[in-house]
Design a protein around this ligand. Structure first.
Ligand SMILES: Cc1cc2nc3c(=O)[nH]c(=O)nc-3n(C[C@H](O)[C@H](O)[C@H](O)COP(=O)(O)OP(=O)(O)OC[C@H]3O[C@@H](n4cnc5c(N)ncnc54)[C@H](O)[C@@H]3O)c2cc1C
Length: 384
């Protein structure tokens, strides 16, 4: 085990591994990553893999567009097929307010030349005949969107990081961080102390407890979301987009021969990873409401994972003013998988070049909460 490192990353999910990879590419010195369990065992392996450009804030769209470049050439760069399926995202609106929000979002998305289309109920009915349409007022569709394999992306970043020299330790929890004169001094595992000037908090739903090690309140709450998978089910021969019933906060997409159905998102923070019957019943009800043919589908399995929610549902990225050398990559609020490539790039730039050039991340600083400069997102009703 190294006694010193130039950068220590805490957390071996997709975000920590992406940061490790891009840091090593930029020759940031000795980079060591600690994961308390196994790589990916946090939120990453439990996520739905959704990737979309249909966001409602400029900063999220920039992160999506930058990350898309990596997903598109993932196999060439990492030698792993990312299983990126560009099936599109279909957002469905059932109220006039939602139609207004969708149209506003489209205006913003069009500024970035994103090929998003507004669809009338008749257009939706003719393209996706299995949907219940009597309450749908319209929707938006973008064929750039889709999903990729969380484990494939994680594996690509992990093997890429190792190839460029990152040392990765699994089964090693960081239990404390020591400071000297307000600067990062070392991290401590149960048995070891590693001296380093820079620590990256990539702890996903555990971000707040890592922040607590240096006396910083990182406002990230873990919220459970459940997911259910049906037994093999044939709905149509046509491609099925990732379809979001915006009002109900429910979505579904294909998963192998079956379908992935989103379950409820808890309102209260917890680290509970169980699935429960009430959630399964609610999920089935949402599914049968929007896709009546699913009455015949059988739920075969399910799992729960933790969203890492920030107060304004945007990431918290960058340094903290109180502790020199402490860097945050937290609070992705359900988008951390799809934004992980861009996050790796900007955090590696911040550490090696003093500032992020690929995307200006100043609006995502933790200081925004104290200043009351929260991000404003009209579409907070739904998170994938
Ligand atoms: C059900 C569900 C569906 C989702 N769907 C999507 C989606 O469609 N698209 C999308 O973009 N995102 C989605 N997300 C969100 C996405 O999963 C997360 O934003 C992303 O995985 C965050 O990655 P991470 O590396 O920051 O966190 P994690 O993957 O949680 O990794 C953090 C790691 O830090 C480790 N750790 C914590 N504390 C310590 C410590 N003290 N010492 C050492 N290690 C430590 C943990 O064990 C963990 O492995 C979904 C999430 C859930 C739960």
């Amino acid at each position: 085990m190294e006694k010193t490192a130039d950068v220590v990353i805490i957390g071996g999910g997709v975000v920590g591994l992406s940061i490790a990879y891009y840091l090593a590419l930029k020759r940031a010195g000795r980079i060591v990553l600690f994961e308390k369990g196994q790589l990916g065992e946090g939120s990453t392996s439990r996520c739905a893999g959704g990737i979309r450009v249909q966001f409602s804030t400029e900063i999220n769209i920039r992160f999506s567009l930058e990350s898309l470049k990596t997903f598109e050439q993932f196999e060439e760069e990492f030698g792993v097929n990312p299983e990126f399926k560009r099936i599109g995202y279909l957002f469905l609106a059932t109220t006039e307010w939602e139609i207004g929000v969708f149209k506003e979002n489209m205006k913003l998305q069009k500024k970035f030349d994103i090929p998003v289309e507004f669809l009338s109920p008749n257009e939706i009915r003719s393209r996706w005949t299995y949907l219940r349409m009597d309450d749908i007022l319209g929707g938006t569709f973008c064929f750039w969107d889709g999903y990729a394999g969380p484990n494939e992306i994680l594996t690509g970043f992990a093997s890429g990081a190792k190839r460029v020299g990152v040392k990765i330790y699994e089964g090693m929890e960081i239990m404390g961080i020591s400071l000297a004169k307000g600067k990062i001094h070392s991290v401590k595992t149960k048995d070891e102390e590693i001296f380093t000037p820079v620590v990256v908090n990539a702890g996903g739903p555990y971000a707040a407890s890592i922040g607590g090690m240096v006396g910083i309140k990182v406002p990230v709450k873990p919220l459970r979301r459940q997911i259910f998978i049906t037994a093999p089910f044939h709905l149509t021969d046509q491609p099925i987009p990732l379809t979001i019933d915006f009002h109900r906060g429910w979505y579904f997409r294909k998963e192998g021969d079956g379908l992935l159905l989103s379950g409820p998102l808890d309102l209260e923070p917890s680290l509970n990873l169980n699935i429960d019957y009430a959630a399964m019943a609610e999920t089935s009800e949402n599914a049968m409401y929007r896709v009546p043919a699913l009455e015949k589908a059988r739920i075969a399995r399910g799992w729960a994972g933790l969203y890492e929610i920030s107060p304004d549902h945007h990431a918290i990225l960058g340094r903290v003013p109180e502790v020199e050398g402490f860097v945050l990559a937290n609070g992705f609020s359900g988008h951390g998988f799809q934004h992980s490539p861009a996050v790796g790039k900007v955090i590696s730039e911040l550490i090696t070049d003093r500032e992020a050039n690929t995307i200006d991340i100043s609006s995502l600083s933790i200081e925004r909460f104290a200043k009351g400069e929260l991000m404003v997102e009209p579409m907070t009703a739904f998170k994938e």
